[in-house]
Design a binder for this molecule. Structure first.
Ligand SMILES: [Zn+2]
Length: 127
């Protein structure tokens, strides 16, 4: 068993967290997964230049994927907490920091940790 470097561990974790949120939003299509892979590849380069940013990778990958989805599919993830009004997307906070969360700026609430969106949306699949 070879152990992964801290950078590789962080990248694997970021990939898993963002994929979990995509699954929660039912947008984990093959081409969407490739957006995650693209982001992880770019952030691997980024964190190799700046190893101190290793704890920020999950939030950055989430934002990269959000931006890429906005161009191709539209807003993601849609806010699950506001009962009415225009559909709007959640934002990642902090934009550059550890322990990233999805927040709704309209309601001013933390909705879920990145990777835990399924719990907030009730998106667990009924089996
Ligand atoms: Zn909202």
């Amino acid at each position: 068993m070879k152990s992964l470097s801290p950078i590789e561990q962080a990248l694997h974790a970021a990939r898993a967290l963002v994929l979990a949120d995509l699954v929660a939003g039912r947008v984990a299509e093959a081409d969407v997964v490739s957006l995650v892979e693209d982001s992880v590849a770019q952030r691997r380069w980024w964190v190799e230049q700046w190893p101190d940013g290793v704890g920020y990778v999950a939030g950055l990958v989430a934002q990269d994927v959000q931006d890429a989805l906005l161009e191709r599919y539209g807003r993601w993830p849609l806010c699950p907490v506001c009962p009415s009004g225009d559909p709007h997307a959640l934002d990642v906070e902090p934009e550059l920091g550890p322990d990233p969360h999805w927040v709704c700026h309209q309601a001013g609430v933390k909705v879920a940790a990145v990777g835990s969106l399924a719990q907030a949306t009730g998106g667990a699949r009924s089996s």
